[in-house]
Design a protein around this ligand. Structure first.
Ligand SMILES: [Zn+2]
Length: 449
């Protein structure tokens, strides 16, 4: 054992000597070789340390930084540096596969590197489409264009607040970004209507902040959240049990709810969602933004999800119809009913599967059918194609792991003091490095005690 260690050490020493020897005779060293040589033998090396910018050596160059002006194209940007139009054309051509120069946008950063002589010819320029990446146009030899991505650090952040007027204002006051509001809204879409929040509601959110070169560039995942709504705490914990990202409550129930596959027991789908179909009654092409289910008159129609009735009335074209708002994202509508179920009127709360009416052919309909319409975020979408995330609870083989993870986060949430009054709302910034963006979500593993 000892002997092999010794021989290992001598091997390293010999390699280091060989390395040092090589270093001595090769003045052009890469940085890594230099540092290896310095570390192992502490030889005093007169190191030439080039100044790098975007990975380019800029020691003998002049650096001009600017932002793209509105409606300024590449030709205009470069003409200020005496780059001829023909050259711009060649640059655009060479860049085609990597970056379309027509997509250069106003207010983005451009850095131009010019020779430090009287001609000041452009050696390279760099365009930054986003803080995450930049495109290098190297003109020093032949034209080389390449895109570089900056490494993203993910740091954990906590935000706390209570609602004085609206959730939006409270979150912005506490230093959150609109993006965080939107991510949190998605997490709680089925539990809390973010646009009907009450004064006195409060939130604590632990989330990932994406950092590039010290600047926050976006929101990653929400890791854990507590939302006190009308005196009840609603918890959300991130966990991936193999079926993708999902959020669960303290008991392991999914925060998402699925819709029924169809609102009735139907015999066939007589017409699908289409932007152009031949209308059987009007005898002309028009959009059909719904799914038609053929079924006998009187077939019960069910609400596809929990919600509140927003319309239950008669219309010339829709006939007897009912509209259900499920949450601030999803709304569904049921047309041509022979009869609206009793008790179904605006404001009525309905459960998933509850009968809200019966199939008929009232309004503009050629035969008995249900026309089912689906809204997502205010847009009419094809209910047959809309992707509703899964809503299974934590599986049995994941339960122990999940509960472990959940308890750690629950404890963390309880440690976050709810500051109550608005001026005291703060963004805590513990700057705990969780992981690099590139790696697959190790959070489940990481947090198991
Ligand atoms: Zn229809």
């Amino acid at each position: 054992m000892k002997r092999s260690l010794i021989s290992l050490f001598s091997l390293i020493a010999i390699s280091a000597l060989v390395f040092a020897g090589l270093s001595y005779y090769q003045p052009l060293l890469t940085e890594t070789e230099l540092s290896v040589a310095e570390d192992s033998l502490q030889v005093e090396t007169v190191a030439y340390e080039p100044t790098l910018l975007y990975g380019l050596v800029v020691d003998n160059l002049q650096i001009f930084e600017q932002t793209v002006k509105p409606n300024q194209n590449l030709s205009e940007i470069l003409s200020a540096y005496n780059v001829p139009t023909q050259m711009v054309y060649q640059i655009a051509k060479a860049s085609k596969e990597v970056f379309d120069v027509r997509r250069i946008l106003a207010h983005k950063k451009v850095t131009v590197l010019c020779a430090n002589d009287s001609a000041q010819s452009v050696k390279a320029f760099v365009y930054e489409p986003s803080p995450l990446e930049y495109v290098v146009f190297d003109l020093s030899d032949s034209i080389k264009v390449y895109k570089q991505e900056r490494p993203i650090e993910v740091k954990e952040k906590t935000i706390v607040g209570s609602i004085e007027s609206s959730l939006w204002e409270s979150m912005m006051d506490a230093g959150a970004s609109p993006e965080l509001f939107s991510v949190l809204h998605d997490v709680y879409a089925w539990q809390i209507d973010f646009f009907r929040i009450q004064k006195g509601d409060a939130f604590k959110v632990i989330y990932e902040d994406k950092i590039v070169e010290g600047q926050s560039v976006g929101v990653g995942r929400i890791l854990a959240a507590e939302f006190s709504h009308m005196g009840n705490p609603y918890y959300a914990f991130y966990y991936n049990q193999g079926s993708g990202e999902d959020y669960f409550d303290e008991e392991g129930n999914s925060l998402r709810k699925a819709f029924l596959k169809a609102p009735l027991n139907y015999s066939r789908i007589s017409s699908r969602f289409s932007y152009k179909r031949f209308h059987p009654v009007q005898k002309r092409y028009k959009a059909h933004l719904g799914t038609d289910y053929a079924a006998p008159v009187g077939t019960p129609i069910m609400s596809v999800g929990d919600g509140v009735i927003v319309e239950a009335t008669f219309g010339k074209y829709n006939g007897n119809y009912v509209k259900v708002r499920h949450n601030s994202t999803y709304t569904t509508q049921y047309l041509h009913m022979s009869k609206i179920a009793s008790g179904i009127k605006p404001g009525t709360k309905v459960r998933q599967g509850q009968v809200i009416g019966y199939v008929g052919k009232t309004g503009l309909a050629s035969g008995p059918h249900l026309c089912f319409r689906f809204w997502k975020g205010g847009q009419q979408v094809d209910a047959m194609r809309v992707q509703i995330p899964p809503s299974e609870p934590i599986k049995e083989d994941h339960r122990t792991a999940y509960m472990g993870v959940m308890k750690v986060w629950m404890h963390r949430l309880q440690e976050v003091k709810n500051t109550g009054e608005l001026p005291k709302n703060t963004v805590e910034n513990p700057i705990v490095l969780i992981e690099k963006e590139e790696s697959a979500s190790p959070i489940n593993r990481l947090m198991i005690p």
